[in-house]
Design a protein around this ligand. Structure first.
Ligand code: B3K
Ligand code: ZN
Length: 881
């Protein structure tokens, strides 16, 4: 696999203006005729050969301007079709290929999922359908004719608007779709199958009457209503918030059960992993509802940020992904609770992106080189990419930011753009120089900002000194060059020790934002009557680690009094983190209490719960949730013993459960749903369930017997999957008969519900006990498990490898061995999913020596296996560097 570099970008030598596809669907012998209207690119190299990409293709026929090509005129392999001397004027190539959708286990290109024909083309799947210039800067207008046996595929969907449909002979039928918007091949899609439908209408602000529909497995239509409603809400929100209206007459969403990731934003025809469409109170948790809403919105928002304005090359992936994540985060914040959602975003960032940025797979938000682009759909590109857009808004202010967005869409509409184009729109609109800000896209690694505060009682000033330190990340392209200072927006305020904001002025902080744009800088507030407590990085205003030595009392002040909800939560997290890190570093044993610091945290939480738990249960549930094991490990940084981390966290859970027990039980009662109350997935109802279940979790940690009784009762009485699963999760942590009986009964109840069984697989894979390894091996033989289905693999194996730190990092190395074994087994079937699983080794250098040795030898075994896919070989190679 050769390396592709951003610095080597060249425009294509040829362009394709129009594509006419005729796809005759057949389970094993699908025939595709592509008629391509080509022309030399004025900015390309005159006379260059035309090299079309292919992947596992069989060529049946080819014609140039209606004539057969002469001997020696073309070369064909499964991976490329070369026309040696293309006409230097517009010309037409007609290419017929044959593909086998049933044999396509990679789930890239055209494949069958539960009998439904569907496609996945991003990043480079279209070349598995026909020979093509499969790069995002080649944009064409597509017309697609799809033909199939009517009984097998009564529903035929394509990009754009439906044009015509009709019979072919006695048993076959066809549909023609036309998409007037030029698009890159990665946005192509088609679907053919037996599908149920729910639909609605939406009138855009431009007066366009749009038919929206969600297609699901027949019989599951009643589980598609929430997704359908989310489409309509997304459309309305994008009009209100960004002035973006939908631009076709139909918008279709199709749910399929075999899908490599969450969903795909194909023009007018979004294809989804059914996990992110299907929802009913009995089968979906509150988290599922929130994810469905967010992902529906995300794919819909791509219609502008991604489709109308696409990427020039794959290095610009964050241009569409970071921006679209930012947009979906804003949508969820508006539809739900903004502070609660912000905390959830930051937890994801810290749990997934920070470790990535600190490990061997670290890369800039805009990478400079890649071997396998499909390995760059990462937390860094997506989540850190979104944080960059958020910082831009913080720096420019909301109005200027919005005008910049308008200018970006206006100037780049219909083009394949770059990060430079994006920033240029904001620079032009705001008159600011964004050159230094752009370093966020180029420099990998999480910055640390160290802060010291000093109060001068005589002058009545309070000063804050900031210093940013940037990790040196050696990547292929940067070769460890010294990083330059970043532009870091620090949203801040001062809190009085007894509560209330301190009215102090500083002309260095406009609208409560100080911009740290040098290695070191300080800020002075004047007229400060008494020593304040600084509240820094409010709302997590930059994706950095903050090193700010506050006293316990100062943190308690912030928890109790900060006007910024994010920093109140952060104060509780920091207090807990200090306890956890201290105990983990000391290798402290499991115990009933975590010392005076643990007691202090418990008493602060008691005060907090008494005052506000009932007013905002969702927020309270987050305040009660301790930092995760991975986050503690990150904070420790090196020589981590995952068992010590678990013991520290467990000890603190036990103490909180004991010290807060009576309050938690009272909260559970106060928040109980009145019998017969109708189900609502809204944020307020979900918040009440979240707090009840957080309470159950802590009570059970302190008193497993009482917890088991409560959980068993909850499991029996529950009317929602959220409550049922929370009860089962509580039970899963208490070894014994009750657990096994509950697990068995759950499996029996949901034996026909693969998505619910996924939750059951995942729970068991995350049990922090030595027996889990054998349990996972056993479950891999369960009839509901299949290596061929990505959701099953993620639920069972990835939950073990990525979300069960003590067992993945078993001291005997058996957790690594299991993961490596599955990666190799899977690689022959589905390299993308195998490569993703292998990223579990991302943290291997951080663990203590004995584990590190085992991890390295498992990784080397993978790296050295014969016939590896480029996907797995890329991850293995980079992990070992
Ligand atoms: N753009 C797709 C991801 C495609 C992944 C290709 N390996 C989904 C999304 O981010 O919206
Ligand atoms: Zn996306």
């Amino acid at each position: 696999q050769s390396i592709v570099r951003l610095a080597d970008y060249r425009p294509s030598d040829y362009l394709i203006d129009r594509v006419d596809l005729d796809v005759r669907l057949h389970p094993t012998e699908t025939r595709v005729t592509a008629t391509l209207a080509l022309r030399p690119n004025p900015t390309g190299e005159p006379g260059a050969p035309l090299v079309l990409d292919g992947d596992e293709l069989t060529l049946l026929a080819i014609a140039l301007d209606g004539q057969p090509t002469g001997p020696g005129a073309i070369d064909v392999t499964p991976r490329a079709l070369t026309l040696h001397q293309p006409p230097q004027r517009p010309f037409v190539l007609e290419i017929e290929t044959q593909v086998n959708p049933s044999a396509n286990t990679k789930l890239m290109g055209l494949y069958r999922s539960n009998g439904v024909y569907c496609t996945q083309c991003e990043a480079d799947g279209f070349r598995r359908i026909t020979y093509f210039l499969d790069r995002p800067d080649v944009m064409a207008v597509y017309t697609t004719r799809i033909e199939a046996e009517r009984h097998e595929a009564p529903v035929l969907l394509g990009n754009g608007n439906p044009v015509s449909a009709g019979e072919v002979g006695l048993t076959r039928h066809y549909a023609v779709w036309h998409d007037p918007h030029p698009k890159p091949a990665y946005l192509f899609a088609l679907v053919g199958g037996r599908l149920g439908r729910v639909g609605a209408r939406f009138t855009t602000l431009e007066g366009r009457d749009v038919e929206i529909a969600v297609y699901v497995e027949p019989g599951k239509e009643d589980r598609a209503d929430f997704a359908l409603d989310a489409v309509a809400r997304s459309m309305a929100w994008d009009e209100r918030t960004f002035g973006r209206a939908y631009d076709l007459d139909v918008f279709n969403v199709v749910a399929v059960s075999d899908f490599n990731m969450g969903a795909m934003e194909n023009k007018g025809l979004n294809i989804f992993n059914d996990k992110y469409v299907l929802a009913s109170p009995d089968t979906a948790t509150d988290a599922d509802y929130a994810n469905i809403e967010a992902i529906i919105a995300h794919e819909y928002f791509h219609n502008w940020s991604g489709n109308r304005v696409t990427c020039r090359d794959w290095f610009q992936l964050c241009l569409k992904e970071g921006l679209t994540v930012f947009r979906d985060q804003e949508f969820s914040s508006d539809e739900r609770s903004r502070p609660v959602h912000r905390i959830a975003e930051v937890r994801t960032l810290r749990a997934r992106q920070f470790p990535e940025d600190a490990g061997p797979l670290a890369h800039p938000v805009r990478p400079q080189a890649y071997r396998e682009i499909n390995n760059f759909y990462t937390a860094t590109v997506y989540e850190k990419g979104a944080e960059i857009v958020r910082m831009l808004r913080t720096l420019l202010g909301p109005e200027s930011f919005r005008r910049g967005m308008d200018r970006y869409f206006a100037t780049c509409d219909g083009t394949a753009a770059t990060v430079e184009d994006f920033l240029a729109a904001f620079a032009a609109e705001s008159g600011r120089d964004l050159t230094a800000f752009a370093r966020w896209y180029a420099q990998a690694g999480t910055p640390t900002v160290s802060v010291t505060g000093a109060y001068d009682p005589e002058r009545k000033t309070y000063s804050l000194a900031f210093r940013q330190s940037l990790p040196v990340v050696a990547t292929e392209a940067t070769a460890g060059a010294a990083p330059e200072p970043l532009v870091i927006p620090v949203a801040l305020g001062l809190v009085a020790p007894e509560g209330g904001a301190v009215e102090a002025a500083s002309d260095q902080a406009r609208d409560g934002v100080f911009v740290l744009d040098a290695a070191e800088a300080s800020l002075v507030f004047t007229n400060v009557a008494a020593a304040p407590v600084p509240s820094l990085f409010r709302g997590f205003s930059a994706p950095v680690k903050v090193d700010h030595a506050l006293t316990r009392d100062e943190r308690l002040t912030l928890l109790a009094h900060d006007s910024d909800a994010f920093n109140r939560w952060q104060a509780a997290q920091s207090l807990a983190m200090e306890v956890l890190v201290g105990r983990a570093r000391a290798g402290a044993p499991l115990g009933p209490e975590a010392g005076p610091e643990g007691a202090a945290l418990a008493s602060a939480l008691a005060t907090f719960l008494d005052a506000e738990a009932l007013a905002d249960p969702a927020f309270a549930a987050l305040v009660l949730t301790l930092p995760g094991e991975q986050e503690v490990a990150q904070t420790l940084g090196a020589e981590v013993d995952p068992d010590a981390v678990w013991r520290a966290r467990q000890t603190l859970r036990v103490q909180l459960g004991r010290d807060l027990g009576s309050r938690l039980l009272a909260l559970r009662d106060a928040l109980a749903e009145p019998p017969g109350a109708p189900f609502s997935p809204d944020a307020a109802s979900a918040g009440r369930r979240a707090l009840r279940n957080a309470a159950l979790d802590l009570v059970a940690a302190a008193d497993p017997q009482a917890g088991t009784a409560l959980a068993v009762a909850q499991l029996d009485a529950a009317t929602t999957m959220t409550d049922r699963l929370a009860a089962l999760a509580t039970l899963s942590l208490v070894p014994g008969e009750a657990r096994e009986a509950a697990l068995a009964r759950f499996a029996e109840t949901y034996r026909h519900e693969p998505l619910v069984l996924d939750k059951w697989f995942a729970l068991q894979a995350m049990i922090p006990e030595a027996g889990t390894l054998d349990r996972v091996r056993g479950l891999m033989r369960h009839p509901a498990f299949s290596l061929g289905n990505p959701n099953r693999v993620r639920s069972l194996v990835a939950s073990f490898s990525l979300n069960n730190p003590t067992q993945f990092h078993r001291p005997d190395g058996a957790g690594y061995d299991l993961t490596a074994e599955v990666v190799l087994l899977l690689d022959g079937k589905n390299p993308q999913v195998a490569a993703r699983l292998l990223t579990a080794f991302n943290t291997w250098r951080m663990v203590e020596a004995e584990r590190r040795r085992h991890a390295e030898s498992a990784l080397r075994r993978v790296a050295g296996a014969p016939g590896l896919s480029p996907d797995v070989s890329d991850i293995a190679g980079r992990s070992l560097v």
